[in-house]
Design a protein around this ligand. Structure first.
Ligand SMILES: [Zn+2]
Length: 325
């Protein structure tokens, strides 16, 4: 029911009905329908355009996100540089350090291996920036692992270097008597004429001629295992155990300067040249054992010989002369 409206007629002094015209009413209805549609349309447009309309907080968050992406990009560039440096260190490690100390190079796959098994990046999934964050994290993880592998490798190299240092200090490497002009080498290792029987006999050491009392040096670090004359033919002699399977022997000594069990270093005076035992004249008979077998001492003077000097020593040692025994 539509409301009936009245007005006060001052002439008749009574209320009269306001008669509404039919057409005007229809117009109002049409106008309100059109208005509703228009209003709805405007609201729809506003709704569709919401992404363009941001609150200050949204604007700030967006700026922060852009900054984060930029920083991730910079971090990745820095990681590129670190990766290059790392690759260079790994290359030197494999081809210089490990090679020098006879350790096998660490294969690329082992150095750059990722992490198998469970997905370590599950927590990072499901965000707009997941790919960027996961890729960066993965690179960082691989880099961290490479660092750990490299660090362990250097520990190993340091240990090998220390051992090699000890090995080099222990193995005989100098001549057992002072021999600057190299004229003291009287006879080498190999077939020589026996000074007493004059028949060919294998000479298992090197003879250095020197006046009685000339100092005899330990040729490498080690421990004196014998200093006595209870070995046939050698007279007063000393044996030094150098470890690593090496032993050196110094025979026909005039006097000892060390006792059994004593630790010696390369260059220490251990005794003095003499002619005790089966010896024709004062000289030092010098032998080197490797795993209890006598080997040619000629290869154990590298510590104080130049290549030219070594050539001279070799030439003198190879002369098929008579040994002094
Ligand atoms: Zn000899």
């Amino acid at each position: 029911m539509s409301k009936v409206k009245y007005y006060y007629d001052s002439e008749t002094l009574s209320y009269k009905k306001i008669e509404q015209k039919k057409g005007r009413r229809l117009g109002i209805i049409l106008l309100s329908i059109t208005g509703s549609f228009l209003g709805g349309f405007i609201l729809l447009m506003i709704y569709l355009n919401i992404p363009q309309i941001e609150t200050p907080k949204e604007k700030a968050l967006k700026r922060e996100l852009q900054n984060m992406k930029l920083q991730y990009g910079l971090l990745n560039k820095k990681m590129d540089q670190i990766q290059d440096v790392m690759a260079n260190i790994e290359d030197r490690d494999n081809n210089i350090y490990r090679l020098y100390f006879e350790a096998n190079p660490i294969p690329e796959e082992q150095r750059k291996a990722g992490f198998g098994g469970i997905n370590r990046y599950k927590d990072l999934e499901g965000f707009d920036n997941s790919k960027l964050i996961i890729e960066t994290t993965k690179r960082m993880d691989v880099l961290t692992k490479r660092l750990v592998v490299q660090s362990k490798s250097l520990d190993e190299v340091a240990k090998l270097a220390k051992e090699k240092g000890q090995l080099l200090a222990a193995i005989p490497a100098i001549q057992p008597v002072n021999n600057e002009d190299l004229s003291r080498i009287a006879s080498g290792y190999g077939w020589r004429t026996d000074p007493f029987t004059k028949v060919k006999k294998y000479h298992y050491g090197m003879d250095f001629t020197a006046p009685r009392g000339t100092p005899v040096y330990a040729t490498g670090n080690g421990r004196v295992v014998r200093a006595d004359s209870r070995s046939t033919g050698y007279g007063n002699h000393i044996r030094i155990d150098h470890g690593y399977g090496y032993t050196s022997l110094y025979a026909h000594l005039y006097k000892y300067n060390v006792r059994r069990g004593q630790k010696v270093e390369r260059g220490d005076v251990i005794g003095f040249v003499g002619s005790t035992g089966r010896s024709e004249a004062p000289h030092l008979h010098y032998e080197i054992f490797k795993d209890d077998k006598r080997i040619n001492p000629i290869n154990f003077y590298y510590g104080n010989l130049s290549p030219e000097e070594f050539g001279k020593v070799l030439e003198r040692a190879q002369r098929e002369n008579q040994s002094l025994d």
